[in-house]
Structure formats: C-alpha cells, structure tokens
Design a protein around this ligand. Sequence first.
Ligand code: WQD
Length: 341
Amino acid sequence: MDKIVVTGGLGFIGSHTVVELQNSGYHVVIIDDLSNSTEKVLEGITSITGKTPIFEKLDLKNKTAVKAFFVKHNDVKGVIHFAASKAVGESIIEPLLYYENNVSTLVYVLSELRKLPAVSFIFSSSCTVYGQADALPITEHAPIKIPESPYGNTKQIGEEIIRDTCKVVPALKAIALRYFNPVGAHKSIEIGELPIGVPQNLVPFITQTGIGLRKELSVFGDDYPTHDGTCIRDYIHVVDLAKAHVIAMARLLQGKNKSNFEIFNLGTGKGTSVLEVVKSFERVSGKELNYKIVGRREGDIVSAYADTNKANNELGWKTTLSLDDAMFSAWKWEQKIRATE
Ligand code: WQD
C-alpha cells in the first residue's frame, strides 16, 4: 500500500480526504500541529473507515522536526499538503504569521521531498488567487489577480514555489487544486467542520444561528449586481472535494500527469447566492433562519464559480452532491456537536 502523508490531516478538508484515501487502500500518515483541530478527529476517521491512521503531532515551522520526519518516512510516495492558516481577516491583521505558517513550512516540506526518490505532491490552493475574475465561470487560465489578503497571497506564492521546484527536481511532480467554497460534512456525521472561535465562513455561521448559538446571521450586503443583490459563490461539498484529491494523487502516482506541475479548479460549476444558501438551510432543516442585511464586508468579491471542464475531462472527476446535501449534513453535524458538548 502506497504511503501518503497528509499534512493538516485532522483539519476540515484534510480529515475528509484521509477517509477517502483510506477507503481507496492507501496507508495514511497524518501530520497536524493541532492549532486548529483536535485528536478526537482521529476517532471520527476511525469510526468511518475502521482503520486508525498514524498521527504525528508536528509543527511544520520546526525545520529540524520536518527533516527528521521525512528521514523516518522516507518510503512516502505522496504528500497532500493542507497544513496552513486560512482565516482571510486574520491574515490581514497578522501577515507575518501567515507568511511563516503557510510559506516557510511549504519550503521546509519541499526541501525534504526533493531528497527522496520520487514523490507526488498535491497542494491545497484556492480560487482566491483569481480575485474578482473578469469572466465567469472561471477557468484555470484566468489571470491571477493582486491578492485580496495575505492569505490569498500565500496561496499564489505557494503555487509559484512548487512550480519552480518541480522545474529543477525531476522526481517531484505536483498538482495544485484550487478549491472554491468547501461546505458540508461526512454523511456519517462522524467528522465535519470544527467550529473553533467565531465562524468567519457563511455555512458554519448559518448552522450556529440555526441551533441558537448565534442570534442572527448578518448578510454582508444585498446591493451587489446579482439576481438577488447578494454575493455569488460556488459551494462544493467537502466529500466531493476530498474524492478529487484521491483522483489527483492517483493521476500522479500512475504517471498520467501531462506536466510536472498541473492546476485544477474544484467546484460544482454553479453559482449560488448568500440568500439561496439561506433558503437551502431552511429547506433541509425545516427552520426559519434569523438574518439581517448589513453593510458589505471589506474584500468580498461579487461572484465566483468554477469552469469545471478541465477537472471533468482531465481528472474524470465531477461533483455528485448538491448544496442541499451539503447543508443537510452541515446541519446534522452542528446538532451532533452541540448535543455532545
Ligand atoms: C461567502 C459569502 C460573504 C459570512 C473564503 C476564502 C476562501 C476560502 C473560503 C479558505 C460571502 C457571505 C459570510 C457571514 C455573509 N477559505 N457571508 N455573512 O469569503 O467566499 O471565501 O472562505 O480556503 O479562500 O476567501 O467565503 O464563507 O466567508 O463568504 O453574508 O456571516 O457569504 O459576504 O459573500 P469566501 P465566506
């Protein structure tokens, strides 16, 4: 069984990807510093797959520890790199934290992988690199814009670091996956998005409002040039997203990649407004959501949704789960974690 190392593997997307990797027969080793997760997630993964992945608590900012890890695991065949800070607003206040945690750590990991015989590398990137795209849906050829935040910049820089490294390290091949908006939870409700602190993202804020933890959802603006005035995004179910990682890893391991560094957008291809997400929640929960329209949020773009042709045609992957599936699972997850508090 090929050994795959998943950095940030106890996080939201990481844990769902570990489940799909294990279900596909890979031997998974998780690295996580537990800064935005807990070891309890391991129990959730195990309850789904029946196999407990190896977990090593490791701060990737510790270059010596990263070196020791990959000396120990020198039989690794693939690495999926999720580990990063991801709060857009926080990155504006603390840019150096983001450049250290998202960029320096990538350099330390790649510096060790280049010493190994052959490694396949999957990078967690984001549609945020496109900013407000000039044309919709957004293809992988859309121009990279001036980043809206240091977080977004770390994704752009990350892709450039990987591209430049793959050029000089023939044994290293990589794919950057540009996620649109990941939402939802595993249908087993054993894993989901851990709510640490006040949620920045829309869906956890909706479910926390639905369960009564938050008084009401603030909808950040309804005066945008869209059909209902609220911003449009491409909300992709986290399980569909996780499956794409397994397919992308297999593409590299089987040598089906067409170049040493490839990029794919991962989305549903469908744009959904904030109010439509609210309606989806109300449909699947049977509850009316408390919300109020407030002013626009600084840095928000009007509309972003993916052109999915390249992922469909090259990876042979497309989403199968709907927004209602995602909202239903997110709601069930919210109810479960509040019941066990
Ligand atoms: C979605 C829409 C808000 C909260 C960010 C990152 C992206 C990725 C996903 C990491 C927007 C509106 C939100 C609320 C609201 N993160 N909203 N009230 O900003 O599209 O993307 O998170 O990879 O890289 O940029 O996601 O969920 O924050 O917002 O009205 O309380 O919901 O204005 O239109 P976003 P989001």
